[in-house]
Every structure is written in structure tokens, then in C-alpha cells.
Design a binder for this molecule. Structure first.
Ligand SMILES: *[C@@H]1O[C@H](CO)[C@@H](O)[C@H](O)[C@H]1NC(C)=O
Ligand SMILES: *[C@@H]1O[C@H](CO)[C@@H](O)[C@H](O)[C@H]1NC(C)=O
Ligand SMILES: *[C@@H]1O[C@H](CO)[C@@H](O)[C@H](O)[C@H]1NC(C)=O
Ligand SMILES: *[C@@H]1O[C@H](CO)[C@@H](O)[C@H](O)[C@H]1NC(C)=O
Ligand SMILES: *[C@@H]1O[C@H](CO)[C@@H](O)[C@H](O)[C@H]1NC(C)=O
Ligand SMILES: *[C@@H]1O[C@H](CO)[C@@H](O)[C@H](O)[C@H]1NC(C)=O
Ligand SMILES: *[C@@H]1O[C@H](CO)[C@@H](O)[C@H](O)[C@H]1NC(C)=O
Ligand SMILES: *[C@@H]1O[C@H](CO)[C@@H](O)[C@H](O)[C@H]1NC(C)=O
Length: 480
């Protein structure tokens, strides 16, 4: 009997696909926002929603301090702009590892659980051209060497997040998958490096971009709908867009001799604004379909019962300064709004319970900047266009939440965006006399005019001292 039990346990832990008890799901946490939610509040948000893995795009000290002692698994990132120096200097790589890994990790139980260093942020993105390509492997190698010297290489793996456009396939057939021709040599070097050090392949899979760019992909196919028309690839059948892209990648990896390498989906999500098909209800449908698929552990036709080893949802929060090079939707990937309020339901392990919102969020006063209708507005449009080159006007894009707002409402939206970005300072609502500050919310329908977050540190500090005393007083009151 005990032998049988042992056998059962043994099988349970060794049969591929049953090996991992839970599917590892994390979230990308970017901070490219004019008024980022304070890191301690974000960490609170992560904890209250059982999110125990996070991928960062840099190594912000305030973020890493907030993560200290949290037991959350962390990927720290090296921005693309640092790749050149890390490639050319072992010293620079050692300093980077010392400042941004060793310092936080070596702090015993109260440190940060750093699991990966991501070298570059999608450095092979086609729109970057060859800017970063030739520095990536050298930078990764120097960071690896620095980790070995710091005696951290068994704890921390070096990875390179690859963009959705590093691989492709003729006629969109998974069996024809291959890496982009200009990356041919680089990918072999990268995979050789990863394989040697036991690091997984980090990659973005983007059913949303596939839908936008390929007429053959339907919305239903992207959203894991059972009614979607399947795609056939000789004898294999694909029932959703994720599997199609994933197997395209598996073929590309196999073609250069790395059919077995572990894959981590480093970014996957669905935006909620700034484009057609980008809204909360579609995003919720996608997320539900995708997470069900992961939890089922079915895998894909080319990797049956072998789903990605980890998956990082794109993303935690909206970021009003994130690049819109691929489209305005780039600022609206968040499962939560910029101020930490859930846009829709996602099951991070809490089941059907709603997500918990960020608590005690501090906003600027309820004030907005709008266009003054009593003025001659003949120059307002050109003024607003100029404003939009700085402020966030991503909701104006076709299909976006403010795409239908009529003139001069759209001018007001642009003015307000600029005003909020500048902490509601009076002179940021001037616009040559065309601006007017109001306390009446100018939002119309789906087009919300935001009020930005309070980011003044003195204020936070004050609250941080007062709150524990209030809590303590309440506790005594209840006890007695
Ligand atoms: C550590 O990372 C931060 C943020 O990415 C960067 O600004 C800093 O230069 C890094 N430290 C070193 C020594 O490179
Ligand atoms: C779209 O589908 C047709 C028919 O299946 C195929 O011939 C064509 O190559 C596909 N195009 C793309 C871009 O996948
Ligand atoms: C990529 O490299 C492989 C192996 O070196 C070679 O067979 C293939 O033709 C190359 N493909 C391109 C598009 O350069
Ligand atoms: C795909 O193949 C199945 C059978 O394998 C067939 O029933 C179905 O019609 C095919 N679909 C397309 C779009 O060719
Ligand atoms: C989201 O977009 C879809 C398709 O464009 C539309 O049918 C649906 O009503 C939209 N939902 C919301 C909440 O805006
Ligand atoms: C609009 O701009 C033009 C050119 O800069 C300027 O000559 C004109 O006075 C402006 N009109 C108003 C009403 O400000
Ligand atoms: C914009 O207006 C058109 C027509 O009134 C409507 O069909 C469409 O759904 C609206 N789009 C948004 C994003 O509100
Ligand atoms: C606002 O709407 C008007 C009229 O539809 C348009 O000409 C103008 O370009 C829009 N302005 C901005 C900043 O989108």
C-alpha cells in the first residue's frame, strides 16, 4: 500500500503536464506613467489579488524597496539604452548587477526574490531596426558572468524578452514558422546562450496584434470561442490564435535545433482603449478564454500537455506615457486603470470573487481644464494638436473611448490631459487664454476625463504616519 502511494505520488510529479501543481501566472508592472501609483500601494494591490510573480521593465529602487520581504518572484529589467555599455564593459555589467540585484537579494529573508534579469525590453522589435541587435548577446554574457562572480547564478537566470515579430510564418501556418531572416544568426547565439545556462526563452505572444494585422484571423478565433472557424495546418487543427502563434514559435525554435527549450510567455494581454476591438468586455472574454486554456494544461498541437512554464499578463496598470509606436492602445493594456481600479474580472486564483482595487488612492483635487467657449476658438484645434504631442490623447484613436466626442469637446479633453499631467498647475491651463478651470466633471458617456493621482511625497509620508495611529486607536476602542 505505501509502495503504491509512493508510485502514485511519483507519477503525479513526473508525468509531463501534471508536473506543475499550479500554472505560474504573473503580471508585467510598467511605470511609464506621468503619475505612477506609489509602489507600496501597488505591492498591496498585488498581495490582495494573489499575484505572486511580477515582471519589471527596469530596476527602480522605489519599486524594489516596496517589493522587499514580499516573497513575490521578480524579473528585473535592463532598458535597451543600457545594452551598448553592458555589451562593451564587464565592469558596467558588474556594477549593474551589484546595484540592482546583489544589493536587494542579499538581504536575507527581507530581500527581494529576484528570479530573472531581463536583458533589454524587446530589443529585436522590428521597428527599432538594428539599433540594439548587436549588443544583446554581449550584454547578456557580461551580466551572466557578473552573476557568477556574485555567486547568484543559481538563483537568478538571464533572459532576453523577444517581441511578437521576431518570428513569422508563410500563410500563417505554424508548420512554416521561422525567425525573421535578419535575426537568423542572433537567434542561434541567443538560444545557445539560454540553453547553456538553463534559462527559458522569453517571448511576447499577441493575439490582439495578430487580429489587427492579419485578415485571416477572426475575433472569435482570437477570443478562444468554441464557435470560431478552426485553421488547418495539414493534419493539425488550430482552434485559437494563441496556439497558432505559439506553434509557429515552436517550429522556429525547432528549425534552429532548440525544440525542447522552455518557453515563458513574457507578455500577453488585451488592451481596453485606443483601437477597434479594444474594450473591457472583449478583454475580459480574452482573459477568461486564455486562462482557462492555460489551466486546462492541454498545451498546443506541437507541445501537447506542455504549456508555457510561466506566463506574464500584459499588464497590471495603464501607463499614459508608454510608447504608442505600435498603436494608441499601447497605453491601455492594464487589467487595472492607472489608479488601480479593476476594469473587469480576471481569475488570478481567487475564483469568481472580484479583484480587489487599490485602497486609499490619493487624487489631485476634483478640477478639470476645458476650452473656454466664450473665446474665439478659431485657433483651438491647432493648439490642441500641439498639446497631444505631449499629453495623452490615445483615447481619440478610431474605436477609442473618446473617438466620437465632437468638437470642441475633443479640444477640452486634450487641454485637460495636459493640465492633469502638469499637476493641475494654473499656468498649464492657459493655452493663450483658451483654457478654463472647472469643478464640473466634463466627462461625456464612455469618454472619461481623468483626474490624476497625488504624487507629492510629503503628503504620502504624512498619511503613512497618521494611519497606523488611527488603526491602533480603533483597535483599542474595539477591544475595550
Ligand atoms: C541600476 O538600474 C537603474 C534603473 O534601471 C539604472 O538607472 C542604474 O544605472 C543601474 N545601476 C548601474 C550601476 O548600472
Ligand atoms: C489567408 O488564408 C488564405 C486561404 O487559407 C491563404 O491562402 C493566405 O495565405 C492567408 N494569408 C495570410 C496572411 O495568412
Ligand atoms: C538561417 O540559418 C540557417 C542555418 O544556418 C540556414 O539554413 C537558413 O537558410 C538561414 N535562413 C535565412 C533566411 O537566412
Ligand atoms: C479542417 O479539417 C477538418 C478535418 O480535419 C475539416 O472538417 C474542416 O472542414 C477543415 N477546415 C478548413 C477551414 O479547411
Ligand atoms: C466592445 O466592442 C464590441 C465590438 O466592437 C462591441 O460589440 C461591444 O458592445 C463593446 N463593449 C463595450 C462595453 O463597449
Ligand atoms: C490665430 O493664429 C494666427 C496665426 O498665428 C494669428 O494671426 C491669429 O491672430 C490667431 N487668432 C486668434 C483668435 O488668436
Ligand atoms: C461612435 O458613434 C457611432 C455612431 O453613433 C457608434 O456606432 C459607435 O459605436 C460609437 N463608437 C464609440 C467608441 O463610442
Ligand atoms: C477635434 O475634432 C475636430 C472636428 O472633428 C477635428 O478637426 C480635430 O482635429 C480634432 N482635434 C483633435 C485634437 O483631435
Amino acid at each position: 500500500m505505501p509502495t503504491n502511494l509512493c508510485l502514485v505520488i511519483f507519477l503525479f510529479f513526473t508525468i509531463p503536464g501534471l508536473a506543475s501543481v499550479a500554472v505560474a501566472i504573473g503580471v508585467n508592472w510598467g511605470t511609464t506613467a506621468s503619475h505612477p501609483l506609489p509602489p507600496p500601494k501597488v505591492v498591496e494591490l498585488l498581495k490582495s489579488n494573489n499575484i505572486n510573480k511580477i515582471k519589471l521593465f527596469d530596476a527602480d529602487p522605489l519599486v524594489l524597496q516596496a517589493l522587499s520581504g514580499s516573497k513575490i518572484g521578480v524579473t528585473v529589467g535592463i532598458p535597451n539604452t543600457m545594452l551598448r555599455s553592458l555589451h562593451s564593459s564587464k565592469k558596467a555589467a558588474e556594477s549593474w548587477v551589484h546595484d540592482n540585484v546583489t544589493r536587494y537579494i542579499s538581504n536575507g529573508g527581507s530581500g527581494v526574490r529576484i528570479e530573472y534579469v531581463a536583458v533589454g525590453d524587446e530589443p529585436f522589435l522590428q521597428s527599432y531596426g538594428e539599433q540594439f541587435q548587436s549588443f544583446v548577446i554581449g550584454a547578456a554574457t557580461n551580466v551572466q558572468t557578473a552573476l557568477v562572480r556574485a555567486n547568484l547564478d543559481s538563483k537568478v537566470k538571464v533572459v532576453v524578452p523577444c517581441s511578437f515579430d521576431t518570428f513569422l510564418a508563410e500563410s500563417n501556418l505554424p508548420s512554416k514558422g521561422h525567425f525573421r531572416a535578419d535575426l537568423n544568426k542572433t537567434m542561434i547565439q541567443l538560444l545557445t546562450f539560454l540553453n547553456k545556462h538553463g534559462s527559458p526563452f522569453f517571448v511576447t505572444i499577441s493575439p490582439f496584434l495578430s487580429l489587427q494585422r492579419n485578415k485571416n484571423i477572426s475575433l472569435d478565433f482570437s477570443l478562444f470561442k468554441e464557435t470560431a472557424k478552426a485553421h488547418n495546418d495539414s493534419h493539425r487543427t488550430y482552434e485559437n490564435s494563441f496556439d497558432l502563434s505559439y506553434d509557429m514559435l515552436v517550429t522556429a525554435l525547432s528549425a534552429i535545433g532548440f525544440s525542447k527549450i522552455d518557453i515563458v510567455v513574457a507578455q500577453i494581454g488585451w488592451p481596453t482603449d485606443g483601437a477597434a476591438n479594444a474594450n473591457s468586455s472583449i478583454a475580459e472574454t480574452f482573459m477568461k478564454g486564455f486562462l482557462n486554456h492555460l489551466h486546462s494544461k492541454i498545451g498546443t498541437p506541437l507541445r501537447p500537455r506542455n504549456p508555457p512554464v510561466e506566463t506574464y499578463i500584459m499588464s497590471l496598470l495603464d501607463e499614459d506615457q508608454r510608447s504608442i509606436a505600435s498603436g494608441s492602445f499601447g497605453r491601455h493594456w492594464g487589467v487595472f486603470t492607472f489608479d488601480g481600479q479593476a476594469k473587469y474580472h480576471v481569475d488570478f486564483g481567487q475564483g469568481s470573487k472580484s479583484l480587489v482595487n487599490a485602497q486609499n488612492v490619493e487624487y489631485l483635487p476634483s478640477k478639470w481644464c476645458v476650452v473656454n467657449n466664450n473665446r474665439d476658438l478659431s485657433n483651438a484645434t491647432s493648439s490642441a494638436l500641439e498639446v497631444c504631442s505631449n499629453a495623452d490623447c490615445s483615447a481619440f484613436s478610431p474605436g477609442g473611448s473618446c473617438s466620437n466626442i465632437s468638437w470642441p469637446g475633443n479640444i477640452s479633453y486634450a487641454f485637460n490631459s495636459y493640465y492633469q499631467q502638469h499637476d493641475q498647475s494654473a499656468d498649464s491651463c492657459n493655452f493663450g487664454g483658451l483654457g478654463l478651470i472647472t469643478t464640473v466633471d466634463p466627462s461625456v458617456g464612455k469618454c472619461r476625463f481623468p483626474v490624476e493621482l497625488q504624487t507629492s511625497h510629503s503628503n504620502c509620508l504624512h498619511k503613512a504616519y497618521v494611519l497606523p495611529w488611527i488603526t491602533l486607536a480603533a483597535f483599542w476602542y474595539l477591544r475595550n
